[in-house]
Design a protein around this ligand. Structure first.
Ligand code: 13P
Length: 259
């Protein structure tokens, strides 16, 4: 098949105290040494440095490089300055962050992040060397109106497709239908596959077949140990962006092992 990375990404959202997070990562490092998939942990800002140190020490003492990479859950599009409470890409880079989750529906909804703002964040992150995990996905109302493909297409057009081909090749996409997030209602493997294929076709039209075939497209929305295998076995589903089930080592390890 293509050279796409298979990725199990966790998004902790606003969960875990510092010590709880560190304990979870210690366990994950121990239990994912043999894994085939790349594991990305989207942790709160306060955990980034501690998790980076754990991964580095596992790499230097374990004899086997950890497959765990670090993601932030947000960044600002300006270099630095008077933006109280925000975090810059340089700050994220300075503690070894390699990815940043951008465009999550919770940030779009609660923090009013528009496609325009996201397009600036994506561009800035890539220009500095952090890869965006760009989230897209429709609400139940949009799906019921059967305009979900157009809706997601618009999110990609306005948020991502201003990028050059070279810049776009750094992007990971996460399709997260809002009606499936935290609801226990998962998209069926067929629904996920169908939208992922549409997304890949859109990428192909814009950037060509090679780029489209090499872009990892993750599914997010109530991924659990008992549905991960069916979802990940779809030809255009390259892994998952996992919320609730990434907070528990047993569940997340089972999901990682579903590839
Ligand atoms: P859940 O897995 O809890 O539904 O969350 C999905 C999500 O929003 C990941 O970013």
């Amino acid at each position: 098949m293509e050279n796409r990375l298979q990725i199990a990404a966790g998004n902790w959202k606003m969960n875990k105290t510092y010590s709880e997070g560190i304990e979870l990562v210690k366990e994950l490092i121990e239990r994912t040494k043999e894994g085939r998939a790349m594991v990305i942990l989207g942790v709160p800002f306060i955990h980034l440095k501690g998790v980076a140190d754990l991964i580095a020490s596992a790499d230097s003492t374990g004899g086997q490089t950890s497959s765990i990479k670090l993601a932030a859950q947000n960044c600002h599009y300006e270099e630095k300055g008077a933006f109280t409470g925000e975090i810059s890409v340089d700050m994220l880079l300075s503690v070894g962050t390699e990815y940043v989750i951008l465009g999550h529906s919770e940030r779009r909804e609660h923090f009013k992040e528009s496609n325009e703002i996201l397009s600036k964040k994506v561009e800035h992150a890539i220009s500095k060397g952090i890869a965006p995990i760009f989230c897209c996905g429709e609400s139940l109302r949009i799906r019921k109106a059967k305009i979900h493909v157009d809706f997601v297409s618009n999110q990609l057009n306005e948020g991502l497709f201003h990028l050059s081909k070279e810049a776009f090749s750094k992007v990971v996409i996460a399709y997260e239908p809002i009606w499936a997030i935290g609801t226990g209602e998962t998209a069926t493997p067929e629904q996920a596959q169908s939208m992922h294929k549409e997304i890949r076709t859109l990428i192909e039209r814009k950037y060509g077949k090679d780029v489209a075939q090499n872009t990892s497209i993750l599914y997010g929305g109530s991924v659990k140990p008992d549905n991960a295998k069916d979802l990940f076995s779809q030809p255009d589903v390259d892994g998952g962006l996992v919320g609730g089930a990434s907070l528990n080592a047993d569940d997340f390890v089972a999901i990682i092992n579903s590839f």
